[in-house]
Write a protein of this length. Structure first.
Length: 440
């Protein structure tokens, strides 16, 4: 029995065993994946709020490793609360996701917000800082990117930052409240950059030594490089899919969708948490947004975090110039807060245990609009005044935003809080198990 479960048991066992049994019942399993008549479903509601001496929900945390968290709930089938049912699934169909995505907005927001509260503490938000350690000079032709050598933008190539400079930036981020430090390099792939890779491994070790979580986005990785990053202390690796497989060739031609999936597999197999999401405003249709979510939600393991970006159109890039063309009728960079909230909400419903990160483009949204996105299920942000090469709200502005919303930051190297609704017994949890479960 894990420490988390032990804490939950202390926090929820406030009524007698007999009353628990009266509120529990067993029924024959009817899930399509099982035909075994011996498999039963245990459905139970956790006890009323704990007595005063029980540990407060803010002190009860899941394991920090996403695989350990998922293992704790490996026998869980679904959760229900306030008329909403959710489950962690990997067999979503596009039509099922499309049905969720196209719900009336008020219904989608209610459903996503309820799912969020079933699996997470909505007051806790992870704060990440992203630093460009190697800017410009990328040989890829991503039509949205200001760092490509194929586009004439304001970005000028710079060499890889020195290790000590990166560690200084990490310390400033930590002092400002950030708990995860992400380093990005404008490369197609690591390839044979042995010297540069050695410096990056030193950066990872140094940031990890500060007590911060460490993330990198360095382009394509092979399996050996992923293992070396893991050994150096890397927490997570970002490698976005950007859009659906169908729309992808309209955005990028120098790297295939399969290339990206291969890197994600290498990262996952090395035991590194996967950070993978996409960008809205690339000229995609709603079916492409659904298609992206379908790929993410049907991976062998859901990403630990899914960043949702709104395109920041940069002059000199193909998409930036297209967005500036008044005669162009495509929806390049035409992303509003409802688009973002709808995408975030759908991601929350189909990947309940995944952190959904409000990422690039946040500066264009008001505080009220950002609150809408948090209500939709976002529970992580990038902070700091730059996201690689585009502007982002300053640290102090985000501190004020957190204070206004009543949010607290997630500590580094600490698992997320257990949902208060789970501790207090508001959530009904259904498990596939042959024995009685005593707590939620």
């Amino acid at each position: 029995m894990t420490a988390v479960y032990t804490a939950l048991r202390r926090a929820t066992m406030a009524v007698s065993r007999s009353s628990r049994l009266q509120s529990s019942f067993v029924s024959t399993a009817s899930r399509s994946f099982s035909t075994n008549p011996q498999v039963v479903i245990d459905k139970f509601v956790s006890s009323p709020p704990p007595p005063p001496q029980a540990a407060p929900s803010s002190l009860i945390r899941h394991p920090n490793d996403v695989n350990d968290r998922n293992a704790n709930y490996s026998d869980e089938d679904k959760r229900s609360m306030a008329g909403v049912t959710a489950s962690v699934r990997h067999n979503w169909t596009k039509s099922e996701i499309a049905e969720i995505y196209t719900l009336p907005f008020h219904e989608l927001m209610y459903r996503a917000s309820t799912v969020h509260r079933m699996y997470w503490d909505p007051s806790e938000v992870q704060q990440c800082t992203l630093l460009s350690i190697k800017t410009g000079g990328c040989t890829e032709d991503c039509s949205y990117c200001s760092q490509s050598t194929r586009h004439k933008t304001f970005v000028k190539p710079t060499p890889t930052m020195k290790v000590n400079k990166v560690l200084e930036a990490a310390k400033r981020a930590k002092d400002a409240g950030s708990t995860r430090f992400c380093m990005g390099a404008a490369w197609r792939e690591l390839g044979n950059k042995k010297n540069a890779f050695g410096h990056i491994l030193d950066m990872v070790k140094g940031v990890n030594g500060m007590g911060m979580e460490v993330c990198c986005t360095l382009g394509m990785l092979n399996a050996t490089q992923a293992k070396q990053l893991k050994e150096a202390g890397l927490t997570a690796y970002n490698h976005n899919l950007d859009t659906s497989p169908e729309h992808y060739p309209n955005v990028i031609t120098t790297r295939t969708y399969e290339d990206r999936l291969d890197t994600i597999a290498n990262v996952r197999d090395a035991g590194i948490s996967v950070c993978c999401g996409g960008i809205l405003g690339l000229g995609e249709k709603e079916t492409d947004r659904v298609g992206l979510l379908h790929v993410l939600a049907t991976l062998p393991e859901h990403p630990e975090s899914v960043p949702i970006n709104a395109l920041v159109a940069v002059e000199g890039t193909p998409l930036g110039d297209q967005a500036a063309d008044e005669e162009d009728e495509t929806d390049i960079a035409n992303v509003d807060s409802f688009d973002m909230a709808r995408m975030i909400a759908t991601a929350r419903v189909v990947m309940p245990r995944t952190m959904v990160r409000l990422s690039a483009g946040r500066l264009s949204f008001s505080d009220a609009e950002q609150y809408l996105m948090f209500q939709a299920g976002a529970n992580s942000i990038f902070n700091g005044d730059k996201l690689l090469t585009t502007d982002n709200p300053a640290f102090n502005e985000d501190m004020q935003l957190f204070s206004k919303f009543g949010f607290v930051g997630k500590p580094a190297h600490a698992g997320p809080r257990v949902a208060p609704s789970e501790v207090s017994g508001e959530v009904e949890i259904t498990k596939v198990n042959g024995t009685e479960q005593q707590y939620a």
